[in-house]
Write a protein that binds this ligand. Structure first.
Ligand code: NAP
Length: 208
């Protein structure tokens, strides 16, 4: 059993991570901006702004793992800096950081990344690049335990099959050449990584 705090617990992906971790018997703290809007389960619910390192340190204290599932435009790059700054305040007691990343920087074939696809709406391209910026920053962090889990290109509602394949910098493609995963299977992969760390200090990805 691990003590896990999830920032962004009220989001589409954060909610599913909370559900998956609770179902496996972990002690989950939901971290949200607005306590009144949190409808889900958790052993505790705490307020925090991910952009405030003091908030991050407060909610991370005493946890084994801090998951960040925050989103919203370009927020994820400054969030990565604030998460690291907050965890550094805890020194050697800092929990491991597990970040919900983006698919944009995954390679589809040599030299071609998901964010190079023609016709991507500009806001989405910017969000994907913001995740790339956050990852590039985390890759400079050597004094904390961290992992980024990039979703497949298509991450959507669906069933929890419990089956998925992992990759590192290349998108995992299914038999039809598509990069896709359901949100419940993504959450299962993230909690699997919490339970059995295989990607400390790196990004990995999942797909069918
Ligand atoms: N294929 C892909 O690359 C892909 C696909 C989907 C998602 N993603 C990424 O996955 C992440 C989560 O996505 P989602 O669909 O779950 O997003 P979502 O439903 O919009 O949830 C985002 C959560 O972030 C929280 N948040 C925003 N600003 C915050 C702040 N300053 N402090 C604390 N919490 C804050 C929001 O809190 P409130 O509830 O208070 O608003 C919300 O609960 C995003 O970074 C997104 O880019 C990637």
């Amino acid at each position: 059993m691990a003590r896990i705090a999830v920032i962004g617990a009220n989001g589409n992906i954060g909610r599913c991570i909370v559900t998956e971790a609770l179902a496996r018997g972990h002690e989950v703290t939901a971290v949200v901006r607005d306590l009144d809007r949190y409808q889900g389960l958790a052993i505790a619910v705490l307020p925090a702004d991910v952009l405030d390192p003091e908030d991050v340190a407060r909610v991370a204290a005493g946890q084994d793992v801090l998951v960040s599932a925050v989103g919203g435009g370009r927020l994820v790059a400054p969030a990565a800096h604030a998460l690291v700054a907050g965890l550094r305040e805890l020194g050697g007691d800092a929990p491991r950081l597990v970040v919900v990343g983006g698919a944009g920087s995954l390679l589809l074939r040599p030299g071609v990344r998901v964010w190079d696809a023609p016709g991507l709406p500009e806001p989405m391209r910017q969000t994907l690049h913001a995740h790339g910026e956050a990852l590039a920053y985390l890759e400079t962090v050597a004094d904390l335990g961290w992992t980024v889990l990039s979703p497949a290109e298509t991450l959507e509602a669906g069933e929890r099959t419990g089956h998925y394949r992992t990759g590192t910098d290349h998108a995992v493609l299914d038999g039809e050449g598509r990069s896709r995963i359901s949100i419940p299977d993504y959450a299962a992969a993230l909690v699997d990584e919490i339970e059995q760390p295989r990607h400390l200090g790196e990004r990995f990805t999942v797909g069918y």
